[in-house]
Design a protein around this ligand. Structure first.
Ligand SMILES: [Zn+2]
Length: 487
């Protein structure tokens, strides 16, 4: 499978496609999810909710997309949420300086480099403009990636579209903590869009200007980082770690990662394990997942420790989640900025909680899940493409096909559709075209099973059940359908 094949399939079947595509000059980096893609996206989100948010007893909120400038002054984003950009002297195309170097040399360019160091690196790398092939670039400058707006009739209130969903969580921490009736640690989750003025959006869902995030911020007492309630459940579980300065991925048990101080403490190892387990459920093989430790220079400005969770794709390793130990950066900043004391008082100890963050990209995960399930095989001298999606992610559990529309067969098929639909199954109905074409279509969108209703159904109440991956067909009684396809 390749990125191009997946993108072709996504466009052909309308999983996702460019926003306002019928208008020329619409800005890039904005994507619409079509009916099938939206079902997959919802299922990705539902799995995150079920496996992480609910099981870990996190509190989920839904906050505003637009936040006041003060928030980003305090959070450090106005000052530091920058990308270095550089312009081709000849054709004036704009590039991200770090990406320009990375693409030429393959090295990771730290975020912390100064403009001067970047200028030097561009020159040494021999990078050229991808548009006009010139190797002459202007001076690098920092470009703030937040998208601003003005609120009020006279625009008196400067605001920004949130560049990450977590700021609401920090702002709401005090209130949610109070109503949680719990001592720390508590986790607060939020899923929704964030906005970044990317210079060079590309690779469809992988680098967007409007991106879906599903985030969790875990607030804890730094003195109790090793007090983890369910530690026994993960202590022997192995994480795939690519540590700073190492070339190979190593399998390291959570216990060992803590004992050898590879991570800051049990709380970090525990949640890394939960992340890896969640992505196993999305269908990724163990060897295609890793946590890459980031050096200080490479980390976001607020992070003390970062493990990027990456999966292997046709484009190489792609980051899906930033797992950041943010320390007290956020609550400290907002305490100061808002003049509100955000510290907690527990068992006679007053302190500012620390934060560990699991910041996952929804759209990136959707792309990776689709690519990971993409299969191509030769069957009866014909190429067959199907998505081997996990059942819980598939857009539909089952498709219902009447063999023909006449002689009461369509009516019978409709009846079965209704019955299954009432049982809370996601059921697709299609009566158009040949059966072979209909199978091919549902294979391509990853529907787990297909059921065909024919003349025999009218006689003995049996149907043909076909499994997507194996294409094996069984003749079964209609009342057995649910038990055969599972929940
Ligand atoms: Zn150029």
């Amino acid at each position: 499978m390749s990125y191009e094949e997946v993108t072709n399939l996504a466009l052909r079947r309308g999983f996702y496609f460019p926003t306002s595509e019928i208008y020329p000059n619409s800005p890039g980096g904005f994507w619409e999810f079509g009916p099938i893609g939206e079902r997959i996206r919802q299922n990705v989100l539902a799995m995150w909710r079920k496996e992480l948010v609910r099981k870990e007893e996190f509190f989920e909120i839904s906050g505003s997309l637009i936040l006041s400038e003060n928030v980003f002054m305090a959070s450090g984003h106005l000052e530091s949420f920058n990308d270095p950009i550089v312009q081709c002297k000849k054709c004036h195309s704009l590039f991200r300086a770090d990406k320009l170097i990375e693409e030429k040399t393959g090295e990771n360019v730290p975020e912390s480099l100064s403009e001067k160091e970047l200028n030097e690196k561009i020159r040494l790398s021999g990078a050229i403009c991808s548009k006009c092939k010139s190797n002459e670039f202007g001076e690098c400058r920092k470009f703030n990636m937040m998208i601003g707006t003005n609120i009020g009739a006279t625009g008196e209130n400067k605001c920004y579209l949130r560049p990450e969903t977590c700021q609401n969580i920090f702002l709401d921490f005090q209130r949610v903590y109070k109503i949680s009736r719990k001592n720390l640690p508590i986790g607060i989750a939020q899923a929704g869009p964030a906005f970044r003025n990317e210079i060079a959006p590309r690779n469809t869902l992988l680098r967007e200007r409007e991106l879906g995030q599903m985030e969790v911020e875990i607030f804890f007492n730094p003195n109790k980082i090793n007090e983890v309630e369910n530690w026994e459940e993960v202590k022997d579980y192995e994480l795939n770690l690519l540590q700073v300065g190492k070339k190979e991925i190593e399998k390291v048990s959570c216990e060992k990662a803590v004992n050898e101080k590879i991570v800051s403490g049990r709380l970090v190892a525990y949640y890394l394990a939960r992340v890896q387990q969640l992505y196993e459920k999305y269908g990724f093989k163990n060897e295609n997942m890793r946590f890459r430790g980031l050096e200080k220079e490479e980390r976001a400005f607020y992070a003390k420790e970062t493990w990027d969770f990456e999966v292997k794709t046709s484009l190489g390793w792609v980051e899906l989640i930033a797992n950041n130990y943010r320390g007290d950066h956020d609550l400290k900043g907002h305490s100061k900025g808002s003049k509100t004391d955000l510290s907690v008082n527990e068992d006679g100890e007053k302190y500012l909680p620390h934060v560990f963050e699991i910041s996952a990209g929804i759209d990136r995960t959707v792309y990776a899940v689709i690519e990971n399930s993409y299969r191509k095989e030769m069957k009866n001298n014909e190429e067959r493409v199907y998505l081997s999606l996990p059942k819980k992610i598939a857009p539909y559990s089952v498709a219902i096909f009447p063999l023909v529309k006449k002689d009461g067969i369509a009516e019978k098929a409709r009846e079965i559709w209704k019955e299954l639909n009432n049982k809370n199954l996601e059921v697709l109905y299609d009566e158009k075209g040949s059966i072979g074409r209909r199978y091919a279509r549902v294979d391509e969108i990853g529907v787990s099973f297909a059921i065909t209703i024919d003349y025999q159904t009218l006689e003995d109440d049996t149907v043909t059940l076909r499994e997507r991956d194996s294409t094996i067909q069984h003749r079964i009684k209609t009342y057995d359908i649910i038990s055969k396809i599972g929940e």
